[in-house]
Write a protein that binds this ligand. Structure first.
Ligand code: EPZ
Length: 416
C-alpha cells in the first residue's frame, strides 16, 4: 500500500503545466465508439481513470495505441458492446459507453455503476433519456440492457443537471434519426470540449455550454483528431495549495475562463491572481481570509473544489460556511482534516470551518479523489510530517502529483 509523506511549511513557488482534463478525456475516449474510423486524441492525462477507460474500450474490441499523452483508437471492429462489472465498479464514468454503444450498435450491456463514496449517484436520467429516444432498456442482474434498431431524436428535459447524463445523451443523439433537444443540460466546459470533438467528427450540435443543447442526428460519424482541454479542477487544486501555503505559483496551459468562480473565491481569500497569456499566476503574501461558498452546477462554484477549499479555510482567519448542494455525502475529508487539527463542524450539508493558526502533521486516510487533494493541501501547511494512506484515490485524478508538487518546492515523497 503506497502512501504520501509530506513535511509541511514550505510556501509553494515556481511554475507547473496543467494536464489535460480527466473529465473531458473520459467522455471523449468513449466517443471513439461512435465511429468506425480511427481517432487521435492528444493532451490526454496519464491517470488511472484514463487507463481504466482504455481497458474497457479494448475489452470491447477497440484497437488502442497509447503514446505519452496521446491515444489512437479504432472502433472499426467492436466485438461485443459490453462493459463488465469488474471494470465499471472501479470507475463510474464507464457509464459513458452506454450512449455511444446503443447509438452505433443498436445494443449495449453496461453494468450499473456501483455506489460511490460521495453519494448514491443514480443513472436514471441516462436511462430515461435513451428510452425517450426509443431504446428499450431493462435492468437485469446489475446490468443495463439497452437496445434500439435506430434511436430517434426526442426532446428530453432532465430534472437534475447531470454532467455525464448530458454527455451520454448528447453522444447518443449524434447518430439518432432526427433532432434531439436536451433541456436543463449541464454547462460544464468538459461538455463543451466533448461537443467540440463530436463536431470535428461530423456531428451537428448547437447550444453546447448553455442549458439547451440541440443535436441533428446524422447517418455516420467520421474519425477526427482532438486535443483535450486543460483540467480546471487540477488547476484549481494547485491554486488552492499555493494560496494555503502563502506561495507564488504560475500555472501554464491553464484553462482560463473556466475557473472564474474559483478565482473569485481565491481573490476574496486575499490572493492576487493574474492571467498572463495562457498562464495564471497566484501570489499569497499573508494568511488567507475565510471564504464561504455554495457548490452549484457550472458556472457556479464546482463541487470538485469544495474539499480543497475546506482545507484552505481550515487555516484561514475567521469562520467559513461551505455548503455542498450536489452530493449528499461529500464531507468525508472533514474527519481526516480534524486529525490535523482543523476545527470543522458539520451542520446538514454545510461545513462550518473555524480557521486555526496552525495544523500539525498526522497519519490520515484518503477516502475519495478530491478528499485526498484536500488532505494534500492541509499536509503542505501542517507542521511536521503527514502520512496520507490510500493514495490510489489521488492517482485517479492527478497526474504524477508528488513530482509536480516537489517541482514547486514541496517536501513530498511516495513511500511504500
Ligand atoms: C461528473 O460526475 C464528474 N465526473 C464528477 O467529478 C463531478 O463531481 C460531477 O459531474 C458534478 O460536477 C465526470 O465527469 C467523469 P452528475 P457525474 O451526474 O456526471 C444526480 C471527480 O471528482 N443524478 O453530474 O456522475 C446525482 O445524484 C468526479 O472528477 C441523478 O439524480 O455527476 C448528483 O446529485 C467526482 N440522476 C447530481 O445529479 C442521474 O441519472 C450530479 O451528478 C444522474 C445524476
Amino acid at each position: 500500500m503506497q502512501r504520501l509523506s509530506i513535511h509541511g511549511g514550505v510556501p509553494l513557488s515556481g511554475e507547473v503545466r496543467v494536464a489535460g482534463a480527466k473529465n473531458a478525456a473520459l467522455p471523449i475516449l468513449a466517443a471513439a465508439l461512435l465511429t468506425p474510423e480511427p481517432m487521435r486524441i492528444t493532451n490526454v492525462p496519464e491517470l488511472n481513470d484514463v487507463r481504466t477507460m482504455i481497458a474497457l474500450l479494448e475489452r470491447m474490441g477497440v484497437a488502442v495505441r497509447r503514446e505519452a499523452h496521446a491515444v489512437e483508437l479504432d472502433a472499426g471492429r467492436v466485438a461485443e458492446p459490453f462493459a463488465p462489472y469488474e471494470l465499471v465498479k472501479t470507475m463510474r464514468a464507464s457509464i459513458l459507453a452506454l450512449g455511444p454503444l446503443t447509438a452505433r450498435f443498436g445494443e449495449a450491456r453496461v453494468s450499473l455503476p456501483g455506489g460511490c463514496a460521495i453519494g448514491e449517484r443514480p443513472v436514471d436520467l441516462h436511462i430515461r433519456g435513451l428510452e425517450a429516444m426509443g431504446a428499450k432498456v431493462a435492468i437485469e442482474s446489475g446490468y443495463i440492457h439497452a437496445s434500439a434498431s435506430r434511436l430517434k431524436g426526442a426532446r428530453i428535459s432532465m430534472n437534475t443537471v447531470t454532467v455525464t447524463g448530458t454527455e451520454n445523451l448528447m453522444m447518443a443523439a449524434c447518430l439518432a434519426d432526427g433532432r434531439t433537444v436536451l433541456e436543463n443540460a449541464a454547462r460544464e466546459p468538459e461538455v463543451v470540449d466533448l461537443a467540440r470533438c463530436l463536431v470535428a467528427m461530423g456531428a451537428r450540435i448547437r447550444g453546447q455550454g448553455g442549458d439547451v443543447i440541440e443535436i441533428e442526428g446524422v447517418e455516420r460519424l467520421s474519425g477526427a483528431e482532438h486535443s483535450v482541454m486543460p483540467d480546471r479542477i487540477e488547476a484549481g487544486t494547485f491554486l488552492a495549495a499555493a494560496a494555503a501555503t502563502r506561495g507564488d505559483v504560475t500555472l501554464t496551459h491553464a484553462p482560463l475562463g473556466s475557473l472564474d468562480a474559483v478565482v473569485d473565491k481565491l481573490r476574496e481569500a486575499g490572493a492576487r491572481v493574474e492571467a498572463q497569456g495562457d498562464a495564471i499566476r497566484l501570489r499569497m503574501g499573508e494568511r488567507p481570509k475565510a471564504v464561504s461558498l455554495r457548490t452549484a452546477p457550472y458556472p457556479g462554484f464546482p463541487t470538485d473544489m469544495q474539499a480543497q477549499f475546506i482545507a484552505l479555510n481550515a487555516v484561514a482567519e475567521g469562520t467559513a460556511f461551505v455548503t455542498e448542494t450536489i452530493f449528499e455525502n461529500r464531507f468525508m475529508h472533514v474527519q481526516e482534516l480534524r486529525r490535523l487539527g482543523a476545527h470543522v463542524e458539520i451542520e446538514g450539508n454545510t461545513a462550518v470551518v473555524h480557521g486555526v493558526e496552525r495544523l500539525a502533521g498526522a497519519t490520515v486516510m484518503a477516502t475519495d479523489l478530491r478528499a485526498s487533494a484536500s488532505l494534500v493541501i492541509a499536509a503542505l501547511v501542517a507542521e511536521g510530517e503527514t502520512l496520507i494512506d490510500r493514495i490510489y484515490h489521488l492517482d485517479r485524478g492527478y497526474e504524477h502529483i508528488e513530482a509536480r508538487l516537489a517541482q514547486l518546492g514541496a517536501r513530498i515523497a511516495r513511500v511504500s
